[in-house]
Design a protein around this ligand. Structure first.
Ligand code: PAF
Length: 282
């Protein structure tokens, strides 16, 4: 497995490839990331993963400094999974000057849900992903990029960016990887105490219950949805959580659903100091 520390080095390593398959990550890899690599591998002629903790997508009070950095273990996992190239740029290489030119998601998608509670988050994500895409795919006729559905809204934002900028990249979304009890795998699960880890499952249980309630309303979904969402939020709050949102949306653009739309139920809530997100397509 080759390691590239700069964009120039990466482009050298990728020179023989016509169709790279790319998995962007912030490191601290778990089984969910490895599933993305496994999905990417047969899609391209060379598999590349990036490890870069992107300062632009963290708010000032968030965990940029303490975000887990586990370089040696990450490389061992990537190598075992058959990754060919790891791109781990220094911050000064990806952002040699302050990144003043940014990619802004359409506000109707980027400023709702995660974007409402983490203002600027999707600008940070879109900007770094555009830069990673240009590092990996420039000069290539085709490419494939693989993202987890755990960050469902992120996947929608990236799909929209790729479509609107006509990037020659196929974006693949991969189902969320879960622990045996059903908790969505996340690097931030490592912040949970033993007691919190046992409680953490309640977010996905609340989302499943909300999804069931929503499906049971059939054609009257729009009428009943506000009350169902309020009930789900209140139940979690009573267990000691601080929920940001639990909501049912239509899948493709995350707007309020109408009868007949394909649905996704999404939620974000803080347990102690750890903010967790989860979702289910229903
Ligand atoms: O999902 C992540 O890990 C990050 O948001 C990403 C896509 C690697 C951009 O920093």
């Amino acid at each position: 497995m080759l390691i590239a520390r700069s964009i120039a080095e990466l482009r050298q390593h990728l020179a023989p490839s016509q169709r790279p398959a790319f998995v962007p990550t912030m490191g601290n890899l778990h089984a969910g990331h490895i599933k993305l690599i496994e999905r990417a591998r047969p899609q391209g002629d060379l598999t590349v993963a990036s490890i870069f903790v992107n300062r632009l997508q963290f708010l000032p009070h968030e965990d940029f400094d303490s975000y887990p950095r586990t370089w040696e273990a990450d490389c061992a996992k990537l190598e075992a999974a058959g990754c060919d190239v790891v791109f781990a740029p220094r911050e000064t290489d990806l952002y040699p000057q302050p990144q003043t030119v940014k990619v802004q998601a359409d506000p109707s998608l980027g400023d709702i849900l995660e974007g409402e509670f983490r203002p600027g988050f999707f600008t940070g994500v879109s900007t770094v992903v555009m830069k990673l895409f240009s590092s990996v795919f420039s000069g290539k006729a085709h490419g494939v990029a693989v993202f987890g559905k755990k960050d469902y809204q992120q996947l929608m934002v990236i799909r929209q960016m790729v479509a609107q900028f006509a990037l020659p990249i196929e974006v693949i979304g991969v189902d969320t990887c879960r622990a045996e009890d059903g908790l969505a795998l996340s690097s931030r699960n490592g912040y949970l105490s033993e007691r919190e880890r046992a409680e953490a499952l309640q977010l996905s249980l609340a989302l499943r219950a909300l999804g069931r309630d929503a499906l049971a309303t059939a054609d009257a979904l729009a009428k009943h949805l506000p009350a169902l969402e309020a009930k789900a939020i209140d139940n979690l709050r009573q267990r000691g959580w601080q929920p940001d949102y639990l909501t049912v949306r239509r899948r493709h653009d995350l707007q309020t659903p109408q009868a007949g739309d394909a649905l996704v139920v999404l939620g974000a809530a803080k347990l102690g100091t750890t903010r967790l997100i989860d979702n289910f397509e229903i």
